[in-house]
Design a protein around this ligand. Structure first.
Ligand SMILES: Nc1ncnc2c1ncn2[C@@H]1O[C@H](COP(=O)(O)OP(=O)(O)O)[C@@H](O)[C@H]1O
Ligand SMILES: [Mg+2]
Length: 279
């Protein structure tokens, strides 16, 4: 469980990245979703003790990020955004060196590496230089590092950004193999839906909305999405489409006027809470 109390981060140049956020994340997998610059990476770096907050505090399973950094680091694996393995090393070497650096014995590291490589179907590539692996395989190698470490908590910062759809699915299935508590950031709604129990929308350094997928949809006032290709004042514009949300009762009136209507989906939460849709 991760608890945040009034967590605030102002960078040296005056940029405010987190505006005093308080929340607790209890799900096995929690997705933090928000557009670029929302504050996702800042939050992950603070929670993984790589960055000190300007004010406020947080705990991970009761351990304080400011006063129990060593304990947190022992129990946590944080995979950075844009993380790249070292190209000359093979996946097997990577894992063993990483685990040894975390304090595992040679024997333990070898066994845990074998287990994780097999689990994520990286075994046949274990002795190839990571340079020769696809982008998806490289990301999977990081997930393998997390699995092999046995860490209680795993952070993944945008694990599939920039991957093709097939690689993305592969990385998703590798993330599903993690038995730790997982906090991941993404700007893909489908990713949050596919992987997480709880979703936290963040924008401009604030938590805009938080809940399970069902709770978020239940809360949404206006169960029907009405679309127009012509500008309508007061409606939200997405590309060339104008969108409004209405009650089920009034939907038929819009159909008669020739608008197209749809049941709301999680994608609509994106629109409502101001998060960008990938185009
Ligand atoms: N080292 C830094 N110095 C100054 N501003 C930063 C730094 N890192 C991030 N920021 C700013 O803080 C805000 C949040 O950034 P970040 O946490 O990286 O967001 P996200 O990961 O959601 O894209 C942005 O406005 C970003 O430009
Ligand atoms: Mg980021």
């Amino acid at each position: 469980m991760i608890e945040l109390q009034e967590l605030e981060k102002v960078y040296k140049n005056g940029q405010v990245a987190l505006r005093g956020i308080s929340a607790s994340f209890k799900g096995r997998v929690t997705s933090i979703i928000g557009r670029n610059g929302a504050g996702k990476t800042t939050l992950m770096r603070i929670l993984s003790t790589q960055l000190i907050p300007t004010s406020g505090s947080a705990t991970i399973n009761g351990m304080d990020i400011l006063h129990e950094q060593d304990r947190i680091r022992k129990n946590l694996v944080s995979i950075p955004q844009e993380g790249r393995p070292i190209g000359l090393l093979t996946p097997f070497e990577h894992l063993k060196i990483y685990l040894a650096a975390r304090g595992m014995s040679f024997q333990g590291a070898t066994e845990a590496s074998q287990y994780a490589l097999k689990k994520l179907e990286l075994w046949e590539f274990r002795n190839s230089p990571t340079d020769t692996l696809s982008g998806g395989m490289k990301r999977k190698l990081f997930v393998a590092m997390a699995i092999a470490s046995g860490a209680e908590t795993v952070f993944l910062d945008e694990p599939t950004t920039g991957l093709d759809p097939v690689s993305r699915l592969e990385v998703w299935s590798s993330i599903k193999e993690l038995s730790s508590e997982v906090l991941l950031t993404t700007h893909y709604m489908e990713e949050a839906m596919a992987l997480s129990d709880d979703i936290v929308f963040i924008d401009n350094g604030m938590i805009i909305k938080k809940g399970t997928i069902n709770e978020l949809l239940m809360d949404f006032d206006g169960k029907i999405r009405v679309e127009s290709t012509q500008p309508v004042s007061g409606w939200t514009r997405i590309g060339n489409t104008y969108i409004s949300y209405v009650d089920t009762d009034s939907a038929s009136a819009y159909v008669r006027k020739g608008y197209s209507v749809k049941q709301v989906t999680l994608e609509d939460l994106f629109v409502r809470y101001g998060v960008q849709i990938e185009s």
